[in-house]
Design a protein around this ligand. Sequence first.
Ligand SMILES: C[S@@+](CC[C@H](N)C(=O)[O-])C[C@H]1O[C@@H](n2cnc3c(N)ncnc32)[C@H](O)[C@@H]1O
Length: 268
Amino acid sequence: MAAEATQEELQAGRGYEALFVPALFAPWCDHLIGGARIREGAHVLDVACGTGVLTRAARECSGHTGRVVGLDPAPGMIAAAREVEPNIEWVLGSAEELPFADDSFDCVISQFGMMFFQDLRKATREMYRVTKPGGRLGVAIWHTIDQNPAYRDIVAVLEEYVSPEAANSVRLPFSLGAPDEVATILSQAGFEDIAFESKSEQATFPSTRTMVEVELRGWLPLFDIHLSEEKIAEVLIKSDVKLSKYATPTGKAVFPTTAYIMTARKPE
Ligand SMILES: C[S@@+](CC[C@H](N)C(=O)[O-])C[C@H]1O[C@@H](n2cnc3c(N)ncnc32)[C@H](O)[C@@H]1O
């Protein structure tokens, strides 16, 4: 896998870290840390780590005696993760072919990554393979887009003012909202004690325009969709009316998001 991020990929990674992570992803980390029961000294793998917000949280828990690895196939994500925290082991790779020996990790975690795996069954078998006997898995998957209406509204903006491809890229993260099916895949891979719980967290963006801007600057480029500054300005103006219901009196945009936290254990 090519190791070097292009300047464009690095910019997209930085945009994701600056705009998406604090607004949308950071609030979920504690659920994963708790679900996977990460303790001091644990060896932890974060699959689909992105720019590493969960990996960094895992490192806080496992401390200096642990080993924490973040893995992602996007060079720009890994490069941005390394900029934020150079002292974590960042690995370029995909969930379907984890470059680690069998039984390497006490905990394998993945926050909103599973819906992107090209072969979910193979990736799940890989996560099982690298988990130590008795080790734990913790994954987060979004509920459907209808259960996350703010994203349904953002998709409508993209559909109307950008393109069907742009709209589909934002639908994709919400495409795995059936925990029973995921539980079956986990079970077929060998995991036991499979459980899932619905959780809600509040997303807080600096403004309603930022809700869309993060998609335009931090998400679409990951799908090779690049817009001119003029187009970005136009879409943001158009989005005002559709998203005004999420504005608070202070000008921020606040809305609930919902997801499943799924946990499992590899038998001893
Ligand atoms: C929504 S982001 C989540 C990132 C991070 N876990 C977080 O909470 O911010 C999804 C991530 O999945 C990664 N991804 C896509 N396909 C993958 C694959 N086959 N294996 C592992 N990660 C993948 C993407 O590169 C992206 O960084």
